[in-house]
Design a protein around this ligand. Structure first.
Ligand code: SF4
Length: 386
């Protein structure tokens, strides 16, 4: 196992009870037959994809969606059994299941635990029932408490929660109330995402803006301004830090030792293989994904749909703009190991510019964003796309 190269696996479950008002993920409602059919194809895809991966060791598995917890729990067991049969697993893999309050039961949780799932990521989104209803979620906050307690009682020792901020009419104090309410339960990990209004969603029809207004920085009246959003983020961060959570990535906070290993792999550009509808992969110098079309997938089309061959320059840029999302930033030694050249020399000009603007900090080992840099992260990261 020592000489096998590490690989992360992502399995996409594209089904939800109903579509949330803001969601543009690849997900849809699915009946029992459709779900059964999908899982049988996913099992075939696992077998097929594993054929040329005998030189790999699986360090993390992530069931994402959609709502993986919508499946009969035995299907998660079947999928993990197939993964273990066809791939070689590391001794202590992190196995995460995304789950949504309102779809969990004690029985399901016990099956996940026995199947080897050791991390749950709960889509809480808000602790305010009015906001949850506006988002089109199927749950109320009482469901979160019930499911979370059940998960702890089942023995889950690593549970994360996601929250969204920047909602229509949301104020800083209402968002902070949500943060405070969920922190009472001591989740091990918290992700704070700002609401994006995506085309094709119900929210876009309600709050979307045309391209011209967007270019001019216009926003529909009900949405918080960028400044208000930033204040929500800073308020939440200060509160979380006062409660012992550390920010390790721009949107992610954890108790010590509970960073998500799978997502760290994405930001550090480890190889990952996506399985299932539309799942994306990075394998060496290639980024690709599978078909987004469910009927094609259910006809057994597991072929690569869009493949981008990364140049060395692309890989360097990726290492910079993904790595700078992390509070630890990018290490000079790791950059040199990966590319055989000096990071400082390669990006001399952007580093000088961003340091002058107070967005970037350089020490003897690494470069990382300052607090101002995190506020202007997109601007800072775009400097590395040459
Ligand atoms: S539960 Fe998640 S994936 Fe499903 S519709 Fe809502 S936001 Fe989208």
């Amino acid at each position: 196992m020592a000489n096998k190269k590490e690989l992360e696996l992502y399995l996409h479950i594209p089904f939800c009870v109903k579509k949330c008002a803001y969601c543009d993920f690849l997900s849809q409602p699915g009946d029992d037959k459709l779900i059964e059919d999908y899982i049988s194809h996913l099992l075939r895809e696992i077998e097929q994809e594993a054929e040329d991966k005998s030189d790999r060791v699986i360090t993390t598995v992530f069931f994402g969606g959609g709502t993986p917890s919508i499946l009969p729990a035995g299907k998660i067991d079947d999928l993990l059994e197939a993964l273990r049969k066809h791939f070689t697993f590391a001794e202590d893999p992190e196995i995460t299941l995304e789950c949504n309050p309102g779809t969990l039961t004690k029985e399901k949780l016990a099956i996940y635990k026995n199947a080897g799932v050791n991390r749950l990521s709960m889509g809480v989104q808000s602790a305010n029932d009015r906001e949850l209803s506006m988002l089109g979620r199927i749950h109320v906050f009482a469901d979160v408490i019930e499911n979370y307690d059940a998960a702890r009682n089942t023995g889950f020792k690593n549970i994360g929660m996601d929250l969204i901020f920047g909602l229509p009419q949301q104020r800083k104090d209402t968002f902070l109330q949500s943060v405070k309410k969920v922190v009472q339960f001591r989740p091990d990990h918290l992700s704070l995402y700002s609401l994006q209004i995506e085309e094709g969603t119900k929210f876009f029809a309600l709050y979307g803006v045309d391209e011209e207004t967007r270019r001019q920085g216009g926003l529909p009246m009900l949405l918080p301004t960028e400044e208000a959003e930033r204040s929500m983020y800073h308020g939440a961060m200060e509160f979380l830090q006062s409660k012992g959570y550390e920010r390790y990535e721009i949107s992610n906070f954890c108790r010590k030792g509970f960073a998500c290993r799978h997502n760290l792999g994405y930001w550090k550009r480890k190889d990952y293989l996506g399985l299932g509808l539309g799942a994306a992969s990075l394998m060496g110098r290639k980024r690709f994904h599978k078909t987004n079309d469910l009927s094609s997938y259910l006809k057994g089309d597991f072929s690569v749909q869009e493949e981008t061959a990364l140049t060395r320059r692309d890989e360097m840029a990726e290492m910079m703009f993904l790595g700078l999302r992390l509070t630890e930033g990018v290490s000079f030694a790791e950059f040199h190991d990966a590319f055989g050249v000096s990071l400082k020399r390669t990006y001399e000009e952007p580093i000088a510019r961003l340091t002058d603007q107070g967005l970037l900090i350089v020490n003897s080992e690494r470069i990382y964003l300052s607090e101002k840099g995190f506020d202007l992260a997109n601007q800072a990261m775009s400097e590395f796309i040459l």
